[in-house]
Ligand binder design. Structure first.
Ligand code: ZN
Length: 402
């Protein structure tokens, strides 16, 4: 009897330790990576600086610890991609994230120390799952000034791109989109592959929002893979008030949610790794069916939570919500997404508001909305001559508005 109980206790302990050591991406490990990479001594990891080189060493060590053969791919100006292959199979899934940042005074924790942390811990997790493919991890340098590391990599791949089952890219992770109360993770790129789309749909949850890449444009390291027709997925928690600012600190990243989402991504990547046939890149994108619902949901959430919404956004959002019901154009969806991204980081919104949203409403002949949009731009414009131009534009629009 005693023996039986003892055996049962041992069995339970073994089960417990198994469930603790497998199938759990550690929030603590994610935090340790982000805190190290975003540490002030790395001075914001601007490409070509000593801080970026120190980050590269850290990542190199982490890849070695995972049992990968680490290679450094220098591409001039003291810039270097860090690449490692884990596993012996020729076919592989590539995990990629940029490690450079905004420079001194900008910890660049969510963008993109967190993406690098997710990449490292996913590789650790997937390594234990005996996948039929290898995992290739690539930490890209110099993303912030024009996706330079990933562009160089796809032109000089260390492993043939046609052996890639998929490229899975992470950028700007671990903060709540637009500082809203709800947690959302965006997945882009499903429009270029039926197989990857199916893998995502199999794991879909309410907090996962699937959208076409064209809604944000070629804004991260997936762009090079798209050009080379490598099927890809892009994961992001998207932008927030501290994006590209001094407030993007390691302590503001939500590690519990980051770990939870990494676990979900691990399932999706495992499913992709186990596909019998290699995913094909679709020449003609097939956009996700829920995009409009996604946009409507985000617009409503913002209206509900942001009581201080400036007039320009109130007018635009009311217009989007009405027209998204019947207007199926990609342009309207892109404009609505741009407005959301502009509002997410008002500090950086000037360009989008001034050169994208304003002109759009002028073309649409909605002069009342265009005027409000330029008034919003005026709030953030400091250059005196630009301010004068905006003021004249507003006056002209107001005098002829209905
Ligand atoms: Zn980034």
């Amino acid at each position: 009897m005693r023996k039986a109980i003892f055996a049962r206790v041992v069995a339970a302990l073994i089960l417990l330790s198994a469930s603790l050591s497998f199938g759990a991406i550690s929030a603590d490990r994610l935090k340790a990576h982000v805190s190290s990479l975003a540490d002030a001594k790395n001075e914001g990891r601007h490409a070509g600086t000593a801080g970026a080189a120190a980050a590269a060493d850290y990542i190199s060590k982490a890849f070695t610890e995972l049992g990968g053969q680490v290679q450094r791919q220098d591409f001039g100006g003291r810039r270097t991609n860090i690449v490692a292959k884990i596993g012996a199979a020729e076919r592989y899934v590539l995990l990629g994230a940029h490690y450079d940042g905004q420079g001194a005074g900008m910890p660049s924790a969510s963008d993109n120390a967190a993406g690098v942390a997710v990449m490292i811990e996913l590789a650790r997790e997937l390594k234990g799952r005996e996948l039929p493919v290898s995992i290739i991890v690539v930490a890209f340098d110099d993303e912030e000034q024009g996706l330079n590391g990933s562009r160089y990599y796809v032109d000089h791949p260390l492993y043939p791109l046609d052996k890639a089952q998929a490229a899975i890219i992470f950028d700007t992770m671990g903060r709540q989109f637009m500082d809203l109360s709800s947690w959302t993770m965006f997945i882009l790129g499903t429009e270029y592959s039926k197989e990857l789309s199916a893998a995502v749909q199999k794991r879909i949850r309410p907090e996962l929002l699937v959208a076409g890449t064209d809604l944000i444009g070629p804004r991260s390291d997936f762009a090079g893979f798209a050009i080379k027709h490598v099927p890809y997925l892009f994961f992001t928690h998207a932008t927030h008030k501290d994006y590209h600012g001094p407030g993007d600190t390691a302590d503001r990243v939500n590690y519990a949610r980051l770990a939870q989402d990494s676990q979900l991504i691990a399932q999706i990547v495992e499913d992709i790794a186990r596909l019998q046939t290699q995913p094909k890149f679709l020449e003609t994108p097939s956009y996700p069916p829920d995009e409009i619902a996604t946009l409507q949901h985000e617009l409503e959430l913002v209206e509900k939570e942001r009581k201080d919404l400036p007039q320009a956004y109130r007018l635009m959002f009311a217009d989007f919500k009405a027209r998204l019901k019947s207007d199926n154009s990609r342009e309207l969806r892109r404009i609505a997404t741009s407005a959301l991204l502009a509002l997410a980081t008002p500090r950086l919104s000037g360009f989008m508001v001034n050169f994208f949203l304003g002109p759009y409403y002028e073309r649409e002949n909605r002069r009342d909305i265009a005027a409000a949009v330029y008034e919003e731009a005026l709030k953030w414009e400091t250059d005196p001559s630009e301010r004068r131009d905006l003021e004249e534009k507003i006056q002209a629009l107001r005098s002829t508005a209905k």
